[in-house]
Design a protein around this ligand. Structure first.
Ligand SMILES: [Fe+2]
Length: 524
């Protein structure tokens, strides 16, 4: 191996020739071989464990730089679709993506296009005839002097170039020297491991992107069934992830699990009728029109019956009575119409979400008991049983049956999610998503479970869900509420033992609730 022969040459200078025995050479070779092997095993293990593509690229670059004593290094990903080379510049907070064209004019581009390896002693002294040039702009900007370079392609199992590893300025005893065959062999060996890891990470990322897009658009489609809850799931994700991050005790994988549970918490609404989800008042406009038409019809019937009665009366009485009969008839009809109009106005007035006082209930019951019996003895009720039951809703606008139907969405959420083969990291998503209406004091639904069985992740999503339900624009049964009022209600819920007080304090102290105010946090 070249690495071993390189080491032997150095030893030959330092140690007198007569002292070198076969066994010394063999021991040193073995030691070096063991060290290199161990190094490779460690690199292989770390590369196989890292699934995050950007961290993996960073890891490969650092290992390659250390193995070759390079001052700098860059790992480019080849994006054939966009014809670009991509690399990431790290700072403490994030990775910034930078791209350069995949063309043979640049050194990395040339390797990406041709698949050739380049070992350059001084990039400032490249022949004019070469198709690639060294771009000095970075050096000019920073004062760095790029000299030697080793640039190797990384190929997938299908022999496609998926990355370019570029190492710069090999250092030896404070000097920049050119790369040698040993470096090339080492980097080729690391490159094979790196290519497999990059391929796996890319595949993992693609699957994750696919799944995330599917989850995101499914949730958005559910939200949009009810125009009044548009964007709800997305904001619940923002608040939940924000609160989980503020808590600071969850790993990235756990935060991802919370994110998916938040995206999917209302997925069960797919099984709830749209008419119920988007119900604005106790009766719909069409249903209230039916009431109006029926009451008008009753008035017309009453007037017709009254005229007929009067005619019969007039026929049997003297002419002097005629004026009195007509006058009384008119008064009866107009009194009746006025009463019916009052009843209809009252019905319209209570046909909104709100609270029915005892007085309101009595008045509605009185209307419900009214019926008009026409001249043929047929009875016409002012209100049907369905209309009465809907108008009689004491609080809000949903009947018990409709409320149960809406509340069933959490059971449906669980039923849907339990059939999805989530990965081990996401195995709790069905539980976290379907418990978001449970309360710590056991008054929630569907199972009225107590605090001990409500994980922190669920408590986080519950706070996010309630806050958004209160503050969202144009909810059918609640107007948009200012943040302070919503937070006051949440505090009352926490004081009553329904929500986690510590989490709510953090939600407020860290201003997690303001996350949706920032348009950048709402970007796709
Ligand atoms: Fe919900």
């Amino acid at each position: 191996m070249s690495a071993l022969s390189g080491e032997l040459k150095t030893n030959q200078v330092a140690v007198p020739a007569q002292n070198i025995t076969i066994s010394t050479i063999s021991q040193k070779s073995e030691a070096l071989f063991d060290e290199t092997s161990m190094r490779f095993i460690k690199i292989a293990i770390s590369l196989s464990q890292e699934k995050d593509l950007k961290k993996l690229m960073n890891l490969i670059t650092n290992e390659a730089m250390q193995l070759t004593s390079s001052a700098r290094g860059t790992l480019y990903l080849v994006d054939r679709e966009r014809q670009k080379l991509i690399f990431y510049v790290t700072n403490q907070l994030s990775f910034n993506e930078i791209t350069i064209p995949l063309t043979p004019e640049s050194i990395a581009g040339y390797v990406g296009v041709t698949g050739e390896t380049l070992m350059l002693d001084d990039v400032y002294e490249l022949s004019e005839e070469l198709p690639y040039k060294f771009n000095k702009s970075f050096d000019q900007r920073t004062g760095f002097r790029t000299k030697s370079m080793l640039v190797v392609p990384l190929s997938s199992h299908k022999n496609e170039i998926i990355g370019i590893l570029q190492l710069i300025n090999k250092e030896s005893e404070n000097e920049i020297i050119g790369y040698n065959r040993t470096d090339l062999e080492l980097i080729n060996a690391v490159g094979s491991l790196a290519a497999v890891s990059i391929e796996n990470a890319l595949l993992y990322k693609e699957i994750e992107n696919l799944f995330e897009a599917f989850v995101r658009y499914s949730a958005t489609a559910i939200d949009e069934r009810d125009p009044c809850t548009g964007g709800h799931s997305r904001r619940v994700v923002l608040y939940s992830v924000g609160l989980a991050a503020a808590l600071g005790t969850f790993s990235q994988a756990q935060i991802k699990e919370i994110k998916y549970a938040a995206w999917l918490h209302d997925i069960g609404k797919i099984g709830v009728r749209e008419a119920v989800l988007s119900k604005e008042n106790k009766l719909t406009n069409t249903e209230i029109d039916v009431v109006r038409c029926r009451l008008n019809m009753i008035c017309e019937m009453m007037q017709k019956d009254a005229y007929e009665q009067a005619l019969q009366l007039m026929a049997s009485k003297s002419e002097t009575c005629e004026g009195i009969v007509i006058q009384s008839l008119k008064e009866n009809v107009s009194r009746f119409k006025e009463e019916v109009a009052n009843d209809f106005n009252y019905i319209s007035q209570i046909n909104v979400p709100g609270f029915m006082t005892d007085e309101k209930i009595r008045r509605l019951e009185a209307i419900r008991n009214k019926k008009y019996i026409n001249s043929q003895g047929q009875a016409f009720e002012y209100l049907s049983q369905f209309e009465y039951e809907n108008l009689m809703v004491i609080r809000g606008n949903l009947t018990n049956y409709e409320r149960m139907e809406i509340e069933s969405h959490v059971t449906k959420t669980y039923e849907i999610l339990k059939h999805i083969p989530f990965t081990r990291e996401l195995k709790n998503v069905p539980e976290f998503a379907s418990k978001h209406h449970e309360k710590l004091d056991g008054t929630g639904y569907p199972n009225r479970i107590l605090a001990a069985n409500i994980p922190v992740q669920v408590r986080i999503i519950s706070i996010a869900d309630i806050y958004d339900a209160l503050t969202a624009q144009d909810r059918p049964y609640k107007k948009a509420m200012p943040a302070e009022v919503a937070l006051k209600i949440l505090k009352e819920e926490a004081a009553a033992g329904k929500l986690d007080k510590e989490l709510l304090d953090l939600f407020i102290a860290e201003e997690v609730y303001k996350l949706s105010d920032d348009p950048s946090t709402l970007a796709e």
